[in-house]
Each structure stands twice: as C-alpha cells, then as structure tokens.
Design a protein around this ligand. Structure first.
Ligand code: PMV
Length: 322
C-alpha cells in the first residue's frame, strides 16, 4: 500500500563546508558543517501510487533512485510509485537544488511508505541522496555533525540557532547556467585523493565550526562572514589544486567578491559564500538587501539576482495531493 504524499524542502547554503566523505557507501561526511536554510527556494516532491514505477525528477535521477531503494529496503514495501520532484531553485548552478530535492523526496517517501514517525530514517535517506540534504530538513542555522560512529548513528543535523536569532537577507548572483561539469561526489573524491591542502581543511574543521558557532551566538556578522568567506575560498582553492584541476568560478564570480568587499568598506554588513558552482550568495542585514541586489545586478556576467532570506522552517508535508 502506498499513500499519496507531497512534501516541500528548502535549499540551504553552507557557511562551514561539508567537503569529502568519511564513508562513501553510507555517505557520511569527513567534516561537520553549518548552513543557513533558505526561506523561499527549494523543491517539492509528490508521490502517488502507480501500476509501474514512474520517475520524473528534475536534476539527478540516480540520486533519487538511491533514496527510493533505501526506503524500500527499510520498509520492505516495493509497491510501484509515481514520483515527481521539481525545484524552484535553478538546477546545477551551485545552489543546492540536490539538497532540497533529496530532502523533499525523503520526506514524501516517509509518508508514502509510512515511516514518518521515524525521523532518523528520513534524515538517513535524505543524506543518502545528497549529504547536504540532511540540513534542509531543519530551519534557521543548521549544524550537521560528521560523527565518528562507523554506522553513522551519531551523524545528525539540528537547528543550532533559529532564523530569528540573526535575521539575514540573501541575494544570489547567478553567474552561469548549465550543468556542472563534475558531480560533487566525484569532485570530493578527487580533492580527497589529490589536493595537497585537503587534509588541513579537514583537520581545521572542528576549530572553524566552533568559531562560527561562537560568532553566531554573538550575532557577529563580521566574524561569521570572515569564516564563511574563508571557507568558500578554501573550498575553491582545494578544487583548483586537484588533479586534474576543477575550476568552477567564472570571471563574474570573482567580480562579485570584489563588489562585496567594496560594499563592506562602505559600511554595509555583508559577506559571501560559494558552494560547488559559479554562483555567489551574499548574506546581508535586511535593511541593506536592496543596495546589495542592485550592486550585484550591475556586474557584467551576472545573469540573474535571486532574492531570499534565512528561513525559519525546514522540510514539511504539504497537505493536498492532486
Ligand atoms: O551534498 P552534496 O553532495 O551536494 O555536496 C554539497 C557540498 C557543498 O555544497 C559544496 C558544501 C556544503 O556543505 O553544502
């Protein structure tokens, strides 16, 4: 028996980065991370019973198959499913559409296959689809502990601070469309195996996380921003150092970094973060969001500026199923 189910999950942006796996089969991260959940952009998953499996997933259907198979192993229920997943965030521009889509899918599966009373399993499934998806289950500022247990039982995420703790608007400078050339999983493995500074990145992670947590606790945008920017630059340095190198930034991405630093010099409390793609997200005090948006839109090579904010809520069920 399959129940019809619909779920929504927001995307998230990492301030302290997850990069590399301590266990590839279980998709356990080598580093703990801290992210901000978005308020508007995300994904919706819808599941209804079917005669044969129908999978219509925007993004990477392989990830969705992995999550669906894990749900079937968990419940023993192999009844056919009609699954649709749609993103409201542009796919593959480094805006974590895989995180929101896999979180939404895991939520919808938990209701369709009747394990919604087991949130730890929903979290495990989301993580199997995309590591960072586990963070999209929660709102506000979210910490995801890498854990050390071989079975991943201590690899958990939770809201560390609610969105109201430090209200921040987000403006995303989209600098290029089109699919990523290398999947994040493949890029992570390459960096782990070949980038000289990857080891230091992992070693420093607990101290970086602690510093970010303390900056957030103090509502100190300058300190938090310094950490997030350093993490982003380090991630892209590690990518460029890999063999063969991976350079995801475009000239316009670098121009955005210059504009952010000039805005800051003019007294606008803002900072950037970049995940595994060419788009750059800028966090800013809400009263300065319009100024940041206009400054980003004026940069040649910035094709679009998306408007969002740190959001209060993580993944949730949507009640009506058409
Ligand atoms: O969860 P994945 O496999 O899409 O990897 C996400 C990696 C980064 O976005 C670059 C960093 C992060 O912590 O989200």
């Amino acid at each position: 028996m399959i129940r019809a189910a619909r779920a929504w999950a927001p995307a998230n942006l990492a301030l302290v980065k997850y990069w590399g796996k301590r266990d590839a089969a279980l998709n356990l991260p080598a580093t703990s991370s801290l992210s901000a959940t978005l308020g508007l952009f995300g994904s919706e998953a819808r599941i209804v019973p079917a005669d044969t499996d129908v999978l219509d997933v925007q993004g990477d259907p392989g990830r969705a198959l992995r999550v669906i198979e894990a749900a079937r192993v968990l419940t023993g229920n192999r009844a056919p499913l009609d699954v649709v997943v749609r993103n409201t965030v542009p796919t593959a521009v480094g805006l974590a559409s895989s995180a929101s889509s896999m979180a939404a899918l895991a939520m919808a599966l938990s209701r369709a296959l009747a394990f919604e009373d087991r949130p730890v399993q929903t979290a495990r499934l989301a993580r199997l689809g995309s590591g960072s998806a586990i963070r999209s289950l929660f709102g506000g500022f979210v910490e995801w502990d890498a854990g050390i247990a071989a079975d991943g039982s201590d690899c958990r995420a939770r809201t560390a601070f609610p969105a109201t703790h430090l209200p921040l608007a987000i403006r995303v400078a989209v600098t290029a469309g089109g699919p990523k050339e290398v999947s994040s999983g493949e890029a992570m493995e390459r960096c782990r195996g070949t980038s000289p500074s990857y080891e230091g990145f992992v070693r420093d992670n607990p101290a970086v996380l602690e510093a970010a947590r303390s900056a957030l606790a103090d509502r100190d945008i300058a300190r938090l921003g310094g950490i997030a920017e350093a993490q982003s630059l380090q991630l892209h340095e590690i990518l460029r150092e890999a063999s063969p190198p991976i350079d995801l930034l475009r000239p316009a991405s670098r121009d955005v970094l210059g504009v952010v630093s000039r805005l800051r010099e003019r007294g606008v409390p803002c900072f950037f973060t970049i995940d595994a793609g060419p788009s750059v997200a800028v966090f800013v005090e809400p009263r300065h969001a319009d100024a940041v948006g206009s400054a980003l839109a004026a940069i040649p090579g910035v094709v679009q500026v998306l408007e969002d904010a740190v959001g209060a809520a993580g993944a949730r069920f949507l009640e009506e199923v058409e």
